[in-house]
Design a protein around this ligand. Structure first.
Ligand code: ATP
Ligand code: MG
Length: 401
């Protein structure tokens, strides 16, 4: 008795009417991507269920990989059985016998998508329960906390029987929400913001500002390592590295000390927006959390946000640091983030940045300098890397989403 396929139940997809086809398509791609090194496996996406046909591949490893795929509510390794009651009962019994251990209890969960099936859910529970109880005198029923939950799904084409129901990663499938540019520093917060965005189906491209020689190769490597962790989530991530030294030096020269931080952020945002346009993104994502530091007061956001009309997504805005750290630990970026390094912002940070900058003032200070040519130059000289899981090797990312 061996499972022959995995049945995948969709999460929020099923509520998304017209977009459903697109979502199923994206989910199918995600599933294929995590199983790319199992060429024997086939993936079939149907309207309300997806099936991974195992073709004799071990289901344990595949289950592990599916646990990380966004857009899956739950999934089960199943046995496909023709809709003949006796055959179904026999297979269900064999399945339970295989996993049964002394003292186990069970219940039956019936799902009937095919309304023309001879038995309704109550009838299925009765018939299968009776069959199992008479064949296995030592087992008993426990509807509240059974050790074995036998799930029987009766669908149009066949029935599917399983003893396992595994929680999926929920969220939305990779790439189903369009592309966003993630401003990725070397800190704890921005990788977490990237992860949460990916969970909502956003295809993330990372943008990092660095200022050699004030920031070292080591700090660049740190960001590459963070991007590599993010690349594991969906199988690859683009990382744009923006040379920022010249602009930072210009800011030091042109802007009064207590406003350099505000202008720096405004210019980072303008450059990120230019890259977004170049690569057809629809939003910008940051790791900002309200009140955390000088640049993250509402006054600061008000003065900084003004330079773009693109939506800025701030997944962490209302989160506490401790909760952010928890997520950083689960996605394995925390230990990279806490490596000591120089950030382009910390190197140039003034001793007392304005925590409540005024928009009119920063506009006024900036009005003496034409930053536009510098922005264009930075965009032109931006280096694009494509980071793949388990390597920092550049590869073409075509067709990933
Ligand atoms: P993080 O932990 O993500 O570094 P933080 O709490 O240190 O955040 P800031 O340094 O003020 O806060 O940065 C706020 C946000 O601005 C970051 O989350 C990131 O999205 C963006 N950012 C800051 N520095 C850079 C950088 N060098 N390159 C790209 N984005 C940056
Ligand atoms: Mg930081």
């Amino acid at each position: 008795m061996k499972y022959d396929r995995i049945l995948i139940r969709y999460g929020e997809i099923s509520t998304k009417g017209r977009n459903r086809k697109n979502f199923i398509d994206k989910l199918r791609k995600s599933v294929k991507r995590v199983l790319h090194d199992f060429p024997e496996i086939k993936v079939e996406g149907q309207r309300d269920r997806m099936f991974v046909l195992l073709n004799d591949q071990p289901h344990e490893e595949i289950i592990e990989r599916l646990k990380g795929v966004f857009g899956i509510q739950s999934f089960s390794p199943v046995l496909k059985v023709e809709k003949d009651l006796d055959t179904m009962k026999e297979k269900a019994l064999q399945l339970i016998q295989k996993v049964y251990q002394e003292g186990d209890t069970f219940k039956i969960t019936a799902k009937r998508a095919d309304k023309s099936f001879a038995l309704d859910t109550f009838g299925i529970n009765q018939a299968f329960g009776a069959h199992i109880l008479t064949s296995m005198p030592s087992i008993s029923v426990d509807v509240k906390k059974p050790s074995i939950n036998l799930v029987i799904e009766v669908r149009k084409e066949a029935s599917y029987i399983s003893c396992e129901n595994i929680k999926g990663a929920v969220g939305l499938p990779a790439g189903s929400s369009g592309k966003g540019m993630l401003m990725l520093s070397g800190g704890i917060d921005s990788p977490v913001a990237g992860y949460l965005s990916m969970k909502r189906g956003i295809e993330v491209e990372a943008v990092h500002f660095y200022s050699p020689p004030f920031t070292s190769e080591r700090s660049k490597q740190k960001v590459i390592d963070l991007a590599e962790k993010l690349s594991r989530i969906n199988g690859g991530v683009a990382l744009h590295i923006v040379p920022f030294t010249e602009i930072q030096q210009l800011i030091q020269k042109q802007i009064p000390d207590n406003y350099t931080m505000t202008t720096t952020r405004r210019l980072m945002l303008r450059i990120t927006d230019a890259l977004r346009e170049k690569y057809q993104g629809l939003s910008i994502i940051t790791g900002e959390s309200l009140g955390q530091v000088a640049s993250q007061t509402m006054e600061s956001m008000y003065a900084i946000n003004e330079v773009v009309s693109t939506p800025i997504l701030r997944p962490l805005i209302m989160m506490d640091k401790a909760d952010i750290i928890d997520i950083a630990q689960t996605i394995d970026t925390h230990d990279i983030s806490i490596r000591p390094f120089e950030d382009c912002c910390t190197v140039f940070v003034p001793s007392s940045p304005k925590t409540k900058p005024k928009l009119e003032k920063v506009q006024h200070f900036e009005s003496y300098t034409d930053f536009e040519p510098y922005i264009q130059k930075a965009v032109e000289n931006t280096e694009k890397l494509v980071i793949m899981p388990n390597s920092n090797i550049e590869k073409e990312m075509e067709d990933l989403f």
